[in-house]
Ligand binder design. Sequence first.
Ligand SMILES: Cc1cc2nc3c(=O)[nH]c(=O)nc-3n(C[C@H](O)[C@H](O)[C@H](O)COP(=O)(O)OP(=O)(O)OC[C@H]3O[C@@H](n4cnc5c(N)ncnc54)[C@H](O)[C@@H]3O)c2cc1C
Length: 373
Amino acid sequence: MSDARPEILIAGSGPGALEAALALSRNAKLNAAVTLISPQTTFHYRPNFVMEPFGVSHTARYSVGEIIRHPNVEQWQGTIDRVDPASGRAYSPEGDEFTFDALVVATGTEPVVELPPPAITLGRRGWLDAVKDVVTEIDAGALRNIVFTIADGPTWKLPVYELALMTADRAERRSDQQVDVSLITPEDEPLAIFGETNSRAAAALCDEFGVRLRTGRTASAFDGGEIELNDGTRFAADRVLTMPRLRGVAPSGLPAGEDGFLPVDQHQLVNETTNVWAVGDVTDFRVKQGGLASEQADAAVRAIEAHLTGGGPAEPFVHEIEAVLLTPNRRVSMRARLGDRTSESLPPEQLEGPAAKIHGRLLTDRLREVAEL
Ligand SMILES: Cc1cc2nc3c(=O)[nH]c(=O)nc-3n(C[C@H](O)[C@H](O)[C@H](O)COP(=O)(O)OP(=O)(O)OC[C@H]3O[C@@H](n4cnc5c(N)ncnc54)[C@H](O)[C@@H]3O)c2cc1C
């Protein structure tokens, strides 16, 4: 490494980008000048979203600047829409040019809406208000059939289970109607990414709270009164809430696949590049989750350190997922080791005190230090 400080650019401000910024700015060996570029200056703690329509919790918001505050880090509000890895340059749509020795792309995803309104697309602008309206209708005894669906393809599955459990519990406690809550999922077993033991636990929770599971299927149409599944089954549905498939939103100049995801190696290095790493939901890793985004960011930082300081081989991404499933009356810890196609359940952690929904080696503690907005 030359005497000049290395320049490291991070695109994004979700869990992957924030964990990378924390790890890079505190890395004394690198002593890098880090710039984080994102259109957002506020970090919304998404996991809490599922509780908000039920009035159980509010969604925590933090200042991105406050989270990453460190003499080695600068924040730039904007986007990177083009990257030229060969020259180590990235460009904003307005024509700003940034040079980098290493770039971390953590630009996330966008939903692909395959089940149009009147179905409610979860995770899309305005969805929280739509779910609150459903809760109001439950309380008024106006609904009899509520269906949650998960699209086939990469998506966030855990929050759909949480929402379905919360909805079924709400209906049981507040509605004077018999309300059927069902969950349609392409998975062969519920929450299969967490392995067999956790999957059985998820099935038992659905049973306990009265969520009817229909696995191995997806929804193909909803007309406002009936839902149709891909096997041709039709049944009554007053409201359908669907978690869409996700596609990656990577800047151009990188070898994104048709679905927008960036192919990476076990150190998060983007294929066909030597100086661009990608972490989190924008990568082609089969599971999308904030905790994994942070874990991948730590692996990318280890690889960047090895690359820029000429160090030995870095420890790769460890492929372990940790999650906390929120149910109406308890939090359930789920851990698994992820293979290319299969998952093996690991023993759950004992949950005491407030458990972080997004596990980040540095981010979890940092969010405890920073005041909410
Ligand atoms: C309701 C809900 C509940 C969830 N619950 C959990 C949970 O309990 N635990 C968990 O671990 N995960 C959970 N998730 C998933 C988690 O939120 C995502 O997996 C995680 O946010 C992905 O992090 P990321 O850093 O890859 O990308 P994101 O968080 O999507 O962030 C992408 C960032 O990149 C920025 N950006 C986009 N384009 C550009 C560009 N061109 N240039 C610069 N910046 C750009 C965006 O503005 C954004 O700041 C949940 C998601 C939802 C919707």
